[in-house]
Write a protein that binds this ligand. Structure first.
Ligand code: FES
Ligand code: MG
Length: 592
């Protein structure tokens, strides 16, 4: 460790050892002594490390952090620091109404105030469940005190009658099985519960595994930290190492802005393609970048990431689950394979352990090539996202790696036009509208239709709903038609393997073209040109826009809580990271 700062430079000295203001020092000190901290721990020059605690009974995915934090504390103390546990606004992906995404920015805001306003020299970010990871990385980005992330780790693999059952992904399968009458409500419950056999976050390559892997890919975790399942002994051991490391990072003055550079984000986009990461990743990464003033948009995702092959064979794009990912070498093995094939654009970026990505990973390879494939034998050749544009929206993401053979044969097999298809629009205004109408045969939905979901973006359905991956009507499922093309201004769960076109920006509720679409319009989608257009005359679209304006804009339901109201007033677009207006102009505030 090369010490770059001394005791007098510690931020916490302003509170606990301020010679210019002994009265305030006493006032700041006395209350931290009242539960047993000693003056030595607060005044002798030990870095004071916050542990941003996202584990609680309300957040089962992250709850195991309550245990792991004991080892983090041991590590911090062993390295000569003092620990202060910092509560974070709870977020649980599947339990929060209307959506956990609404709370990402709330947890961000509150953690920024906490890290800025209290005597902390560094912070351990307890990440895990989907939105906890971006919320904490965004806060660390804004405050810019030395920070290291600690993943809680995925659950053990789920099993049902000898088959792996993956959290989230099993729900989509179970829904189809129930629609076809293969299981009843009890069977549904049993099958879904089998996918969650232990503490930890979702064991599939959903948004949680994606974002935890990407926190490591960005360089913000110790190498090898992301994929260790929550109950494994190595998870407790890396918690201890993480605690030790953050104290050194304070002395080295290694800050989020030194690690999360444009180069690190480009690496992360490549790694996201290789792992088959969630379509929520561009929203979160673009948001984190915005808080660091690093330019990043959905064009970058296509340019940097589209050509990268899929290496990780995890559900929903593949077969395996979290434990298999760990046994195959986890994120370092993926990075090692990419470096060996010269696919990682910036292997010499610095990471949280003070070494470069190349030093950490270049010598590593897959330990199980069924689960992590080499670049020479990938699962899919081009696994990244494409960024579609047109008169429906300025930007929408599609994960081409999950296009099934059935889908390809049905929609992308015209020899004259192999990457494009046209269809008749069926438009739903929000998830409730979808549930009311989807199985009604009078709607006349057939295999030539494209399903549209709108009113599901950050403003329309505050936070944006994970509802764009719409199932086909029951009567089509029974005929063997598994999926129709889906497009929308909402999101979809990372555990869904549906090739939807989503995160459309701007959304219908924010002046987006989707608001102008009507049932029965022809729509053309071209995956080669990356376009999505309503085949409707401009004059007609103009008239529709005027009618919507005259009616007071695209209608959205009323907010249900104060935060929803404030959020809607300040939130930006998905393609710009869904950050809050006014928040992104604050950078590096720990030095204020
Ligand atoms: Fe929390 Fe999947 S629901 S990690
Ligand atoms: Mg989700």
């Amino acid at each position: 460790m090369t010490k770059k700062i001394g005791i007098e430079d510690l931020r916490s000295r302003k509170w606990f050892m301020n010679p210019d203001n002994p009265e305030m020092t006493a006032l700041y000190l006395e209350r931290y002594l009242n539960y047993g901290l000693t003056r030595d721990e607060l005044q002798s020059g030990k870095p004071i490390i916050g542990i941003a605690q996202t584990g609680s009974d309300l957040s089962p995915c992250n709850r195991h952090h309550l245990e792991l934090t004991k080892r983090v504390r041991d590590g911090i103390i062993a390295a000569g620091g003092t620990c202060i546990e910092v509560p974070v606004h709870p977020i649980q992906e599947t339990g929060k109404r209307p959506t956990a995404m609404l709370d990402r920015n709330l947890a961000y805001l509150s953690l920024v105030e906490t890290l800025f306003g209290y005597p902390l020299d560094g912070v351990v970010l307890n990440i895990g469940c989907d939105k906890t990871t971006p919320a904490l990385l965004m806060a660390a980005a804004t405050v810019n005190i030395p920070a290291i992330a600690l993943s809680v780790g995925p659950m053990l693999n789920g099993w049902f009658r000898g088959q792996r059952t993956g959290s989230g992904s099993i729900v989509w399968q179970a829904r189809e099985m129930m629609a076809k009458g293969e299981i009843d409500g009890e069977g549904f419950m049993e099958l879904v519960a089998s996918s969650a056999p232990s503490v930890g976050y979702c064991n599939t390559m959903g948004t949680a595994t994606t974002m935890n892997s990407l926190a490591e890919a960005l360089g913000m975790q110790l190498p090898g930290s992301a994929a260790i399942p929550a109950p494994y002994r190595e998870r407790s051991q890396i918690s201890y190492e993480t605690g030790k490391r953050i104290v050194d990072m304070v002395w080295e003055d290694l800050r989020p802005s030194n690690i999360m550079t444009r180069e690190a984000f480009e690496n992360t986009i490549v790694i996201n393609s290789a792992i088959g990461g969630s379509t929520n990743a561009p929203i979160h990464l673009n948001g984190i970048a915005k808080h660091l003033d690093v330019p990043l948009n959905n064009d970058d995702w296509q340019q940097v990431g589209h050509h990268v092959p899929l290496l990780v064979n995890l559900q929903p794009a593949g077969e395996y689950l979290g434990e298999d990912y760990q046994h195959a070498g986890g994120v370092p093995a993926v990075i090692g394979e990419l470096i060996a094939a010269d696919l990682l654009p910036h292997p010499d970026v610095i990471t949280a352990n003070g070494k470069t990505m190349r030093e950490n990973c270049a010598h590593l390879r897959s330990e199980d090539t069924k689960v992590i494939k080499p670049v020479s034998d990938p699962l899919k050749a081009e696994a990244g996202f494409i960024n579609l544009k047109g008169n429906l929206f300025d930007s929408a993401i599609m994960k081409t790696s999950v296009i099934s053979e059935e889908f390809r044969n049905r929609y992308l097999s015209n020899p004259d036009d192999p990457e494009a298809f046209e269809g008749r629009a069926v438009v739903f205004d929000g998830p409730e509208d979808f549930h009311h109408r989807i199985d009604d045969e009078a709607e006349g939905i057939d295999e030539h239709c494209i399903l549209f979901m709108r009113g599901a973006g950050p403003k329309g359905y505050p936070g944006g709903a994970e509802v764009v991956n719409m199932r086909a009507p029951d009567y089509l499922l029974k005929k063997g038609i598994q999926a129709l093309p889906c497009v929308g201004d909402g999101r979809q769960s990372g555990t869904s393997g549906s090739p939807s076109i989503l995160n459309a920006s701007p959304e219908a509720a924010d002046g987006g073209g989707l608001a102008l679409l009507e049932n029965g319009d022809r729509v053309r989608i071209d995956l080669k040109k990356c376009t999505a257009d309503m085949l409707v005359d401009d004059a007609i679209l103009q008239a529709r826009a005027e009618a919507i304006m005259a009616a007071g804009g695209y209608p959205v339901p009323e907010s249900q809580s104060p935060w929803q109201e404030i959020f809607r007033d300040y939130v930006g677009r998905f393609d710009e990271g869904m950050t809050l207006r006014g928040a992104t102009k604050y950078q590096d505030i720990s030095r204020r």
